[in-house]
Structures are given as structure tokens and as C-alpha cells.
Design a protein around this ligand. Structure first.
Ligand SMILES: [Zn+2]
Length: 371
């Protein structure tokens, strides 16, 4: 059984899986049936009946598989009107249009098409595993559920089909959201000098943090760490000195910057009374000298006309959650979509890239030998 990855992309785009609420079963249930019919052992670790997460495996259970992942939920359409139907899978001038065309129904279709082709003529001893998720766009929910389920793997490497325009990428920075709590002493607004203004402390902290250089932390390939002061809550009324303020910051950190150490440093720099961790996504980084990545780069150069360079992506992916289940295996992020098209009005993907991605995935499956 084989399927055209472009036709499959169109099929997935015709299903509205805007998250929230998701309803990813519209895409994943038919894919589960197809994969099972082709010989994959398919397990569903669902968030809810309408929100499945699939683990589909073929080949030996006791050998590390080459794993592939993609999500089928998409972000809302946004306020601006679309000039094409976002749920029709329209193909025009070499592009396929629709919400999720780049991020990332094309990637999922390319994975599944390659997997079905592999199942027709599997390489002996090679295990392939697909982890297809719901709920990526809101907190990597599905991937977290899969990682916690204990049902993943074993796997020796993970391919993430998020949009990279077919460029091989090997990492991204972590995400850390912190609330910094400042305390003071309230007083009547007519005598502010009697009080201790927590809001002013939070403002001074924001100014101090905005010029912090992370003590010089840098990385050879990834962007430098960054910090955005995003939220400020303080004050009950106009005529009191506020005795509490909460400053919310978003940090993007390098793989070796431990969250606890950064939190301690932020507390030290700002004098915050308390630092509360609101959200965290671990960084992903694979050594470019890893033998499998070198093999991938060689394959891409020899058979797919690429320069063989390995790059990074600005966004995070389900890999951050899945590695909690798979362990610290090498990660390759490579997909047919365009990163710049993600979440855009009139989102599209190059049709040719979808076919090429599927060919690349099939070549990776056939060439996989877990050592
Ligand atoms: Zn995505």
C-alpha cells in the first residue's frame, strides 16, 4: 500500500483540527487504520477520545528504532481574512494551501507516506516508529502524554518533521517562563515615602534584566540566550502604595544553562522575593559530529543536492517532551514546510518539498542501522 504524500497532505488539510479544541481524531484515526493495515502495530495513548496520540511501530521490538514525529493540530486562522479556503487543500502554482500546510500536516503526510512505502518492502532487522501527536500547539500536551505513558521506544534517533524547508537542523534553545515576585509595604498614596513600593522594584528589575548579557553565555550555532519582560501585575487601586508586584519574563536559554542556576542568578540580579517557574520546555541539541548526523548530511548532499550543513530552528518541538520517553537520542529536525509560513494567513507549502521530504524519510528508514 502506498500513498501520494501530496494527496495525503490535502486529505489532512480538509480536516479542521484548530487547537483549541483540536479534534485531532479527524486526522489521526484514518492514519491509524492505514498504518495498521500496512502491518504497523498501532497504539493510541489518547488525551481524550477526540484527541488520540499514536505510536505506530514496525520491525523488531527489541531493537532501537528510527523514530519520526509530527503533530496534526493547527493554530487558529487569525483575524485577517484568507484568500483561499483554509480547509480545502487547494493546490495552485506548485503550492498547497491551508492551515497546517507548512506547520505541519505536510510533514505528517510525508512521514506516513514514507512509512507505508517502507512497510511494503521493509529492510530486515530495521525498526521504525512513528509518534503522531495531538495538542502540540498548546504546551506539547500529546507528546508529554506519550512520554509519560512508558510505551515509547526503544529508539536510537528521532526525526521531527516540523517546517525547515528541507534543511537539516539539530537543535533549539529552551523556554523558561518565570514570575518574579516583589514585596513591599503599603501606605496611603498621599504619603508614599512611608511605604515601600513593590511596583517600582519590579520596574527596576525589568530594566536591570533587559541589559543582562547572561554572564556571556554563548553557543557555536544557536542564537544567544534572550529574555523578554512580558507581564507586570501590581496595585489594587490608585490611592495606595502597592506592596506586591509580579513581573513575568520569558527566557530562551542554551542547552547547558540549567534552569535552577538561571533562576538563582535572576533572583540575585533583581532582589526578587520569590521566583516561580510557570512553564518550561527543554532545549534540544545534538552534536553535529554524531555519526548518524554525519551520515544524514552525506545522504542529503549526495542524493538531494544539499550543501550538507546542519542548522538550528527558532521554535521548539514535541522532541522536548518525547526525549523524556526516548532518552537522550540524537534529534534531526527536517520537514517540507517553510518555517516562515507557520501560523500565517494563506499558509502554504511547496508541493515538490513534500515529495522530497517523503523520499528523504524513506531513505533514512532504509539506511537505518542502530548501533
Ligand atoms: Zn508545528
Amino acid at each position: 500500500m502506498t500513498v501520494d504524500p501530496v494527496a495525503l497532505t490535502a486529505e489532512l488539510l480538509r480536516q479542521d483540527t484548530v487547537n483549541p479544541p483540536g479534534r485531532e481524531a479527524r486526522c489521526l484515526d484514518p492514519l491509524a487504520e492505514r498504518l495498521a493495515a500496512a502491518g504497523f502495530r498501532v497504539e493510541n495513548v489518547a488525551l481524550t477520545p477526540e484527541r488520540p496520540n499514536l505510536i505506530a511501530r514496525i520491525g523488531p521490538d527489541d531493537r532501537p528504532a528510527l523514530a519520526f514525529t509530527g503533530h496534526v493540530d493547527v493554530v487558529p486562522l487569525g483575524e485577517a481574512p484568507w484568500t483561499v479556503d483554509p480547509f480545502a487543500g487547494v493546490i495552485r502554482d506548485g503550492r498547497i494551501y491551508g492551515r497546517g500546510a507548512s506547520d505541519m500536516k505536510s510533514g505528517v503526510a510525508a512521514i506516513v507516506a514514507a512509512a507505508l512505502a517502507f512497510a511494503r518492502d521493509p529492510a530486515p532487522g530495521v525498526a521504525v516508529e512513528l509518534a503522531l501527536t495531538s495538542g502540540e500547539e498548546v504546551g506539547l500536551e500529546g507528546a508529554k502524554r506519550l512520554a509519560q505513558s512508558g510505551r515509547l521506544g526503544p529508539a536510537g534517533a528521532l526525526v521531527v518533521a516540523e517546517p525547515t524547508g528541507l534543511v537539516p537542523c539539530i537543535g533549539y534553545r529552551s523556554v523558561l517562563w518565570l514570575d518574579l515576585v516583589f514585596q513591599g509595604r503599603t501606605a496611603h498614596a498621599s504619603n508614599p515615602e512611608v511605604g515601600d513600593n513593590a511596583l517600582l522594584k519590579a520596574c527596576r528589575a525589568a530594566v536591570a534584566l533587559s541589559s543582562w548579557d547572561f554572564d556571556g553565555a554563548r553557543h557555536p550555532l544557536l542564537e544567544p540566550p534572550s529574555l523578554n519582560c512580558a507581564r507586570l501585575h501590581s496595585g489594587l487601586n490608585y490611592n495606595s502604595v502597592p506592596d506586591r508586584a509580579v513581573l513575568g519574563v520569558d527566557l530562551r536559554l542554551l542547552p547547558d544553562q540549567a534552569f535552577a542556576e538561571v533562576e538563582a542568578r535572576v533572583a540575585e540580579l533583581t532582589g526578587a522575593h520569590e521566583v516561580i517557574r510557570r512553564h518550561e520546555v527543554r532545549a534540544v541539541w545534538t552534536d553535529p559530529d554524531h555519526p548518524w548526523l554525519k551520515e544524514v548530511a552525506r545522504l542529503l548532499a549526495e542524493r538531494f543536492g544539499q550543501d550538507g550543513a546542519l542548522r538550528t530552528v527558532p521554535y521548539c518541538t514535541d522532541a522536548s517532551a518525547l526525549l523524556d520517553g526516548y532518552g537522550d537520542i540524537p534529534v534531526l529536525i527536517l520537514g517540507p514546510g517553510e518555517a516562515a509560513q507557520a501560523h500565517r494567513t494563506d499558509e502554504w507549502c511547496l508541493v515538490d518539498n513534500i515529495r522530497t521530504a517523503s523520499e528523504i524519510y524513506l531513505a533514512l528508514m532504509r539506511g537505518w542501522r542502530a548501533s
